[in-house]
Design a protein around this ligand. Structure first.
Ligand code: GAP
Length: 515
């Protein structure tokens, strides 16, 4: 049984995911490929169910949202227009002794976090000294050491922001030197200069390199939606406001990719661009913030795991932006982004393509470029949120232990296990009969090997909400036991009732009805 390891909070999730067929390191027999993972037999089911929940909530439940599936390869000018060729960069620095590469801004942010933790330590010390009479607010604003720390943090933040905006990488390096940042591996301060590194993967289109065109693997799915805006609007006779949704792969040559499926080089996004009349975008932005948070909370994962993080430093094309953060085992981190992107993308595509991307508003008899609200969630991050929050180690009344994945029923990879109590007396045949009926309606799994207790534990460990057990009574009165994963309680149900009973409890429609 995987145990929680405080020093590496993702360790037990990673071990469990591998042991139970959710996630494997990619091409593992060749020692894997960093920041790339394969989804196993249970992982792919969970992933498909998350996609189904998102797709149905977006496309099926909203008459004014339709879906598309655009190609991964796009005309290279797309990425010029979107700003990715010129601005999708990370500032990198190498340590000459360890030969390790780091994001320069992350090194500085980590140094700032260290100063912040020094402030926290000062406050803790003072609390111990003064006890209940301790006034934290007053201490933080008057203690000279804390005030100096805060001044240093503010000055560093401001300088990093200015240097990044002005692409003054010499000053970013100077900051690293002044903060006396050392390489965590070699411990030395022997740094190279800071360089820009574009995160897009590129390849050549065509058979020969001669005259070949450099094309990119898309770093986001959104641009496939923008370039198809008019195709969809015209062919679907869509009226504003309307949305276009898409699920698909995206690729980024991430520098720091050491957090399991949280940050990968090949990942999947579920994005929706909502086109609105200019001037109405901030109202829609607020509405989509609430709609998306509700979608998350509807899963029944503890509410305190979610929070909004409003962006204070907005990208030049945005007039509002926030993240929905989730409390992953590695702390609160971005799960989904919601952005009010103005008309930046459509206008830029107009300029670069020379094609008009205007909408004719027949109500107001005017033509304009719509504004856009974007909701963008990483499917793999959503998977990690579900997997990590559902992992539970339990000690039972009899002192035995079990690991159970309390995955929301509608998302569980296998909905029902069908188990003959023993492997004789006609029980396997009866169980097979039930399995052959249920498999048309549910992802069901027949299991006859090992003791019934071990089979229950295996299903607990992959999050199966219900197990049907066929016993000797089944042959007499056509009933089976239905065991619930969370309560472990068993009830007797007649076989003709099974389909309805299970459907009532595990259907994705239960989630959709509550939205
Ligand atoms: N079109 C907007 C866009 O791509 P983003 O904040 O860069 O915005 C959106 O990405 C979402 O994609 C993030 O909230 C995150 O869930 C997911 N994501 C981004 N980079 C990722 C990576 N390297 N690995 C896994 N998921 C990633």
């Amino acid at each position: 049984m995987a145990k929680i390891d405080e020093s590496n909070p993702l360790k037990h999730t990673i071990a469990h995911a591998k042991e139970y067929g959710f996630i494997f390191p990619s091409s593992e027999i060749y020692d894997g490929l960093s920041a790339t993972y394969d989804y196993g037999q249970n992982g792919v089911q969970l992933k498909n169910n998350i996609k189904e929940y998102w797709w149905k909530a977006m496309v099926q439940m909203n008459e004014n949202i339709v879906g598309i599936d655009a190609a991964i390869f796009m005309h290279p000018t797309t990425w010029k227009a979107s700003g990715h060729v010129d601005a999708f960069n990370d500032p990198l620095i190498d340590n000459k002794d360890s030969k390790k590469r780091y994001r320069a801004d992350t090194l500085i942010e980590e140094a700032i976090a260290k100063i912040e933790s020094k402030i926290e330590k000062e406050a803790e010390k003072a609390f111990k000294r003064f006890g209940d009479s301790f006034d934290r607010e007053q201490f933080l604003t008057t203690n000279q050491r804390v005030v100096d720390y805060k001044k240093k943090i503010d000055a560093t933040n401001a300088r990093l922001k200015k240097a990044t905006e002005e692409k003054d990488f010499a000053d970013v390096k100077a900051l690293i030197e002044e903060l006396e940042i050392a390489c965590p591996v070699s411990g030395s301060r022997n740094w190279t200069d800071v360089r820009q590194f574009n995160l897009m993967f590129s390849t050549e289109l065509g058979a020969s390199a001669e005259g070949a065109n450099t094309i990119y693997l898309r770093p986001e799915t959104a641009q496939g939606i923008f370039v198809n805006f008019l195709n969809v609007q015209k062919s679907g006779r869509m009226k504003l406001p309307f949305g276009i949704a898409q699920i698909g792969k995206a690729f980024r040559n991430e520098i720091i990719a050491r957090q399991f499926i949280f940050r990968m080089r090949e990942f999947e996004q579920m994005e929706m661009q909502f086109f609105v009349k200019p001037g109405e975008e901030l109202e829609w932005y607020e509405q989509w913030k609430q709609t998306r948070l509700k979608w998350h909370k509807n899963l029944g994962i503890a509410e305190e795991n979610y929070r909004f993080h409003d962006h204070l430093n907005l990208a030049h094309y945005a007039n509002a932006a926030c993240d929905i953060e989730f409390n992953f085992p590695i702390g609160f981190k971005e799960l989904e982004g919601i952005h009010s992107r103005t008309d930046f993308d459509l206008k830029s595509h107009e300029e670069h393509s020379g094609k008009k991307l205007h909408y004719f508003d027949s109500d107001d008899n005017e033509s304009y470029v719509p504004y856009v609200i974007e909701t963008s969630i990483g499917l793999d991050r959503m998977f990690l949120a579900v997997l990590s929050s559902s992992y539970t180690d339990e000690t039972l009344e009899d002192g035995s232990e079990r690991t159970v994945l309390k995955i929301p029923y509608a998302l569980a990879p296998i909905k029902v296990g069908v188990l003959p109590l023993i492997n004789k007396d006609g029980l396997p045949e009866k169980a097979r009969e039930i399995m052959d009926k249920l498999k048309f309606d549910f992802q069901a799994q027949y299991e006859a090997k090992d003791s019934i207790g071990k089979r229950y534990r295996r299903h607990d460990a992959i999050g199966t909400p219900y197990c049907i057990t066929v016993d000797h009574q089944t042959l007499e009165d056509d009933t089976v036991t239905l065991r619930n994963r969370d309560t472990m309680l068993q009830e007797r149900i007649s076989i003709p009732e099974l389909k309805r009973q299970i459907e009532d409890r595990v259907s994705i429609n239960n989630l959709l009805r509550q939205l």
